[in-house]
Design a protein around this ligand. Structure first.
Ligand SMILES: C[S@@+](CC[C@H](N)C(=O)[O-])C[C@H]1O[C@@H](n2cnc3c(N)ncnc32)[C@H](O)[C@@H]1O
Length: 377
């Protein structure tokens, strides 16, 4: 399923508001009460839609804003809250308009709709019901779970919830002697993260959507205390592996990579007669030019992707930027290595080209990254 545009800023007033105020914390309180805690994006709505062939059941829906956005994108949604807006029993949304019909219902409703995808958007911090909802849903045969909120240590869900979705690598209350949190040593992850998408956040704390699939037999996974890295969430909550990141590159990134390869082939063909004239082996140039092209294209596409990913530190992008630079310089370095056969003005020209276009390539990488993250926000 692809969005009809309902999740884009034009049809998504919360996304637009967030973008207009640049996610400034001053605007958060009113935005949250009028719309929702999580800010939906096209990508997030698409991911949930794609994971919800039989529709969505949302628990703790508040004003029903996410339900409304999903419904506008053609997803069949049932939404529940223990005290839906504008109930006076809900101090968050008292007197606020609902965006979608939200029925009165608690975590037990999850078990009534195991065919649907269970959606929890900013489930209450440190309360038991979100964990109970995903346990009941699993027990009833539920297959897919979508969670919008912060990671462990944030203000969504409790420690048991994060243990059940495999977002913890150990029982922190026991390992660190943290008082006031339930022990999770005996908790087996029931859910495995398959997709993750970062969302616009208010302030510093990163917000994200995670999609999970059920672990059929949770007892088979090692105990939480024995794990050295998140098991069920591996590849999602931890840093995605390079392969996962490559898979997530998307059509645009893959097309860009192929375009760069095509450009390098064309360049080698164009300069072929010139190289021959100066006694440089054009076959070697072609081999180096084409051989380094995938590294150049991938370096640029991955660099942009990682720089704009608010959930990843900048250092994750550095190896890709380094690969981009090495791939960029390699064909010219070969030319300069053959400098004995080239006139001085050609050598100077190549050196100038490296400096100017190298700086241009890196500059464009950061500009694209900034532009794309602004579009997302
Ligand atoms: C932090 S708000 C998030 C609301 C909404 N998902 C959003 O993003 O704006 C948590 C919501 O969970 C609801 N809630 C609390 N306990 C619940 C329960 N046991 N069953 C269903 N909803 C519950 C609250 O009424 C509140 O609307």
């Amino acid at each position: 399923m692809t969005t009809t545009g309902a999740g884009s800023a034009a049809f998504n007033p919360l996304l637009r508001l967030h973008r207009d105020c640049d996610g400034h914390l001053d605007a958060r309180s009113e935005a949250v009460r009028t719309y929702a805690f999580g800010v939906p994006t096209d990508e997030a709505l698409d991911l949930i839609g794609a994971a919800s062939t039989a529709g969505v059941v949302e628990i703790g829906a508040g004003t029903g804003y996410w339900a409304a956005m999903l419904a506008a994108n053609g997803v069949d949604v049932l939404a529940y809250d223990i005290a839906p807006a504008p109930s006076a029993d809900n101090h968050l949304f008292e007197g606020r308009d609902a965006w979608f019909p939200v029925a009165v219902g608690d975590e037990a409703m999850a078990a009534s709709h195991p065919d649907r995808t269970l959606l929890l958007v900013w489930p209450t911090y440190d309360e038991a019901w979100p964990a109970e909802a995903i346990e009941r849903f699993h027990d009833a045969g539920g297959q897919r779970l979508a969670f919008v909120g912060q990671g462990p240590g944030g203000v969504t869900g409790d420690v048991r919830f994060h243990a059940l979705v495999g977002n913890l690598d150990r029982c922190y209350p026991c390992a660190l002697g943290v008082a006031g949190h339930a022990c999770t040593c005996d908790v087996q992850p029931m859910w495995r993260c398959t997709h993750q998408s970062s969302l616009p956040s208010w302030g510093e704390d990163p917000d994200r959507l995670q999609i999970f699939e059920r672990i059929e037999d949770p007892e088979q996974t090692p105990l939480a205390t024995e794990r050295s890295s998140p098991v069920a969430g591996g590849g999602c909550d931890g840093r995605p592996s390079g392969l996962t990141a490559l898979r997530e590159l998307g059509v645009l990134g893959q097309v860009w990579t192929l375009t760069v390869i095509g450009f390098c082939v064309a360049r080698a063909v164009v300069v072929w007669p010139l190289l021959r004239r100066y006694g440089v082996n054009p076959w070697w140039f072609l081999a180096i030019d084409i051989g380094t092209a995938p590294m150049y294209g991938l370096g640029q596409a991955m660099g942009v992707k990682l720089i704009r990913d608010a959930t990843r530190p900048m250092r994750d992008a550095l190896p890709w930027i380094a690969a981009l630079l090495v791939a960029f310089v390699a064909p010219y370095a070969y030319l300069l290595a053959s400098a004995g056969k080239l006139p001085t003005y050609v050598i100077l020209g190549v050196a100038l080209w490296i400096v100017v276009f190298g700086a241009f390539a890196v500059g464009r990488l950061f500009r694209d990254a900034r532009r794309q993250s602004t579009e997302v926000a």
